[in-house]
Every structure is written in structure tokens, then in C-alpha cells.
Design a protein around this ligand. Sequence first.
Ligand code: FAD
Ligand code: 5PR
Length: 382
Amino acid sequence: MRTSRMRHAEISGAGFAGLTTAVALAQRGWSVRVHERGETLREEGAGIVLWQNSLKVLDALGVMDQLMAGSMTPPYYETRTQNIIASDEAFEGIRWRTMTRPFLHSVLLKAARAAGAEIIPGSEVASATEAGRVTLAGGSEFDANLVVGADGVGSNIRNSLGIEYQRERSRDGISRFLVGRRKSDLVAIEPETEWDNVIDFWNLEPRVLRVLYVPANDNELYLALMAPAADENGARVPIDLDLWTSVHPQLTPVLQEVARKPGKHYGYQTTRLSEWTRGRVALVGDSAHAMCPALAQGAGCAMVNAYTLAQIVSDAPDADLPDVLAEWERLERPYTDRAQSRSQHFADTRDMSKGGQFTGDVNETALYDPTDLHRHDAVRAD
Ligand code: FAD
Ligand code: 5PR
């Protein structure tokens, strides 16, 4: 129930960014309405990896038990180049989970509803003003204390406010599939590799055709097939089965299942905005910071920023909200900027094929704890 003292948020987009914002705000006493352009509330797409930074958010939202029940932590994250093991990473001290995207979406959707958020499918937001008014494609208008543009890389909210951005495209792209695990169909690979691992199969010579093999739960397997966008056969969906099995024969049974599926080859891109906030509007997720998938942190950063946004606005009086949003960007954005740059670097150089990439500053994003109230003490003191 909305009371006069309750602050109200209008959110555009029920993806991972919008739903995380909705849960975190509603749990802090906001009235929340989420507009989702799609006619149904579900997540397209295949699998996802979450690291400690976003798992801390899910802990704080109180959904970790549910998440654990439908996700897994593979024993190793292995990199193979031309079928020779380049590294085997167990991530001592860093939590990580693999799962399907529809599963993560269902966990967040349920939590948003339980927290009292109203979620409206088939509702497209056309524009927003810095004073906090959103206009739907059908013409209805709503006023809010806070407007959140969680409407993805093509963000209407961002574009209607005239926020400028640069976009960089990378040469490679990826097609993503969910198939059955079928572990017993896969021949043992040498030396002694378990099919429960994440295995990043890089093939660079004579042609760049990479398969990222990610077990998502007991029954489902996420496969990401990477090829340069300019390679017509490599990037084709449905896939060219003969081509992919000639390079990755040990994956034949799962590639046969992939070959029966429709899909789309996605180009990588990085977008950098002049600002993430304008007046009472904040952008979060791919609308603000689309990144290459190399670090598997696009959704992770989206969830972290959604959570810290909800936290900072809830702690501040309404009159200060525009300033508080600017402060949120000042404090949180540098971490995301660095994640974008590192991810783009790996995408541009294909250096992940060397293995051993998860060291030193590369792990900054994964190790970031958005629930630590002292995390910015040094920055604030500046
Ligand atoms: P989106 O998921 O795009 O959601 C936006 C939502 O808004 C959609 O539901 C859309 O229908 C809705 N919408 C759009 N416009 C409007 C409108 N005008 N009105 C109302 N609703 C609207 N990240 C990870 O953390 N780990 C990974 O392993 C990982 N793997 C990836 C692999 C690939 C190949 C790619 C391309 C990305 C990967 N990412 C990964 C990144 C991750 O998918 C995205 O960063 C994340 O999904 C962004 O979430 P979002 O909610 O900001 O945007
Ligand atoms: N990690 C993950 C992923 O899905 C991709 C990459 C890395 C989990 C691609 O989809 O390097 O592109 C990558």
C-alpha cells in the first residue's frame, strides 16, 4: 500500500538490473512499479556466471537459499588452447556460481513480488524527464521520486534525456545455447578432465572457433560459441555442425543438439556514457555500462550498481536525491569503468586463451563487496 510518506520509484525494464533495483528498493520501504516492454516476464538466453560481488547482493536480498538450490559451482575453471590445458583455476577464496538465465530471473522476479513491487508486462516506457516523470509508449504519464532506466543497451530513458555515449564494437561475437548435460555421452578427454568443469576450449589456428562449456546445473549445459563476426560460416545460426565438430570433435553429442536450435550471433560492445544520472533519473545495467562478456561481469555489475543505488537513495532525504545520485555515480562508477576496460581488453586481444587470467587486479570486480559500508572510506576522505 502506498502511503503519503512512502517514496515512489518507476523502473523501466524487468531484466537483472531492474528486478534487483525493485527488490532492494521495495525492501527499504519504497513503493515500486516496474514496466517491462515484453509481453511475458521471462529471460531469454542461456547461462550465466555470477561471482562474489553479485552473490553478496543476492545474500543481502535474502534469496541465497533459493539460488543455491538451482545453481552450481564447478570444481575447476579450465582453459584449453588447441586442446592443451593452459590453466586450471579453483578460485580459492572467491565464491562463484553457474546457472541458467531463466532461473536467475525467476528468483529475482519472485523476490520482487514478495517485497511488494508491482511489475507490469507489455508496458513500454518511451521517455523520462529529469524532474521524475515517465511517459509510456501509449501516452500515460507517472511521477516518481526516483526513475530508474534499467532498459538495456538500447535504453529509451537514456536516449530521451539526450545522454551521450560512445560505443565500441569488438571483432568477435558469440552464440549462446542451453542444452542437456549428457555427461555420459561425452568421451573422456585427456588428461583426466571432468565434464563438471567449466572448460573454455580455445581454437585459434587455423581459424578462431571457441567453445565455452559451462555446466549450469545437474541437467543443463550452457554453451557459448565464439567466432569473428566476419566469419560467415563460423557465425551462422543454426550452426554449421560439420565445421564446429571438425574443430571440437569431443563435443560432438552436445553440438548436435545445438545444431537443432535457432539463435542469434551477438556482437560484443562496450558503451560509455557522459553521465549515469540526470536529476531524479538513474541509469543502471546495460543502459549505463554494456560491456564485453569476457569477465562475465555485465549482469554482476548491473546487480551491484542496482543494490548500491537503492541503498544510497534510501539513506538520504528526498530533497537531496539528484545530488545523491551524482554521488552514487562518483563512488561506484570507477569500479565498473575498470571492469569494462578489462573485459574489452580481453575481448580485443583474445588473451584469455593464454589461461591464468584470473589474477591480481582482474579479480577486483569479483572481490568487490557492495554491502560493505566502509568500502569507500578512502575515496570519501579525498
Ligand atoms: P537487459 O537484460 O537488456 O534487460 C533490459 C530489460 O528492459 C529487458 O527485459 C527489456 O525487454 C526491457 N526494456 C527495454 N526497453 C524497454 C522500454 N522502453 N520499456 C520497458 N522495458 C524495456 N553477465 C554476467 O554477469 N555473467 C555472464 O556470464 C555474462 N555472460 C554474457 C554473455 C554474453 C554473450 C553477453 C552478450 C552478455 C553476458 N553478460 C554476462 C552480460 C549480461 O547479460 C548483461 O549485462 C545483463 O543481462 C544486463 O542486464 P540489464 O537488466 O541491464 O539489461
Ligand atoms: N565468460 C562467460 C561468457 O558467457 C562469455 C565469455 C566469458 C561466462 C561469452 O559468452 O569471454 O566472451 C567471453
